[in-house]
Design a protein around this ligand. Structure first.
Ligand code: AMP
Length: 280
């Protein structure tokens, strides 16, 4: 497995693989890898002959009071895991390689970027779309693999690829959960044992909503009101948002007459967690 640090080296490696007729699968990550990330790598291995993973904690997607400085960095262990999964190349650039000091260009998906997490984290999605665009330009993958865990991110990146006519296919993979239902996240490492238990209220609330939907409730306000009540049974977790939206436009829905994204974000202590489910 190669570990590459510069855009030039990365592009040369990609082009050499493509000359060898290999389909390139790309898995962008911020490291601190867990089974959720590895599920993306396995999907990429299934679809593509050569898999490239990036490890880059992207400063521009963190707000000024967020956890960029303390975000878990476990590079050696991450490389070991990726090697065991048969990854061909890890692209791990320093910040200046992606953001030279005079960089002045941003990629923004208007509208969508201000919904869900974009409302609570202004500028977050602009950081995501900018870095993913740069990574796509450097790696030139055929397919790129993202987790449904970050449902708004998926909608925004699909729109970016469509609008900018980028020659890459976005493949979305299911949420990987702990056995008790908690969605895996690098940020789960911040949780104290008490917070870890309280955090289960996110997946429980979603399950509860799905049950009520299956029982015939299709009125969005009624479902949200019931879910907020369930959520309030856990006083140690503070709700940021709980919304039912169109999975592509992220616009709020009034009735559940088509597939819908139920998305939740909440704070357990100072740790912000997200989870979601698609109801059909
Ligand atoms: P991150 O390192 O948090 O930026 O995540 C990198 C990629 O892994 C993104 O596409 C995430 O959606 C995906 N991912 C993170 N957690 C999970 C999970 N629990 N299940 C599936 N994919 C995930």
């Amino acid at each position: 497995m190669q570990i590459l640090r510069t855009a030039g080296e990365m592009r040369n490696a990609s082009r050499a693989a493509q000359r060898g007729q290999q389909r390139l699968g790309f898995v962008p990550t911020m490291g601190a890898l867990h089974e959720g990330h590895l599920s993306l790598v396995r999907a990429a291995r299934k679809h593509c002959e050569s898999v490239i993973a990036s490890i880059f904690v992207n400063p521009t997607q963190f707000g000024p009071n967020e956890d960029f400085g303390k975000y878990p960095r476990t590079f050696e262990r991450d490389c070991e895991l990726l090697r065991n999964e048969g990854v061909a190349v890890v692209f791990a650039p320093p910040v200046e390689e992606i953001y030279p000091p005079d960089a002045a260009t941003w990629v923004t998906v208007d509208g969508l970027s201000d919904r869900l997490c974009g409302r609570s984290r202004p500028g977050h999605f602009r950081g995501v779309t900018t870095v993913v665009n740069k990574l796509f330009n450097i790696v030139e993958p055929d397919q790129a693999f993202f987790g449904q865990k970050d449902a708004a991110q998926v909608a925004i990146l699909k729109r970016m690829v469509q609008d900018l006519r980028l020659p890459v296919e976005i493949v979305v993979c299911p949420i990987v959960r702990e056995p008790d239902g908690l969605a895996m996240s690098s940020r789960n490492a911040y949780l104290s044992p008490g917070e870890r238990t309280s955090a289960l209220i996110l997946s429980r609330t979603l399950q509860d909503m799905e049950r009520r939907f299956r029982d015939g409730e299709t009125n969005v306000s009624a479902l949200i009101a019931m879910a907020k009540k369930t959520f309030a049974s856990e006083p140690n977790v503070r709700l940021d948002y709980l919304e039912i939206v169109d999975p592509d436009t992220l616009q709020t829905l009034g009735v559940l007459d088509r597939p819908a994204l139920v998305a939740i974000a909440a704070f357990a202590g100072s740790t912000r967690l997200i989870d979601n489910l698609i109801v059909r």
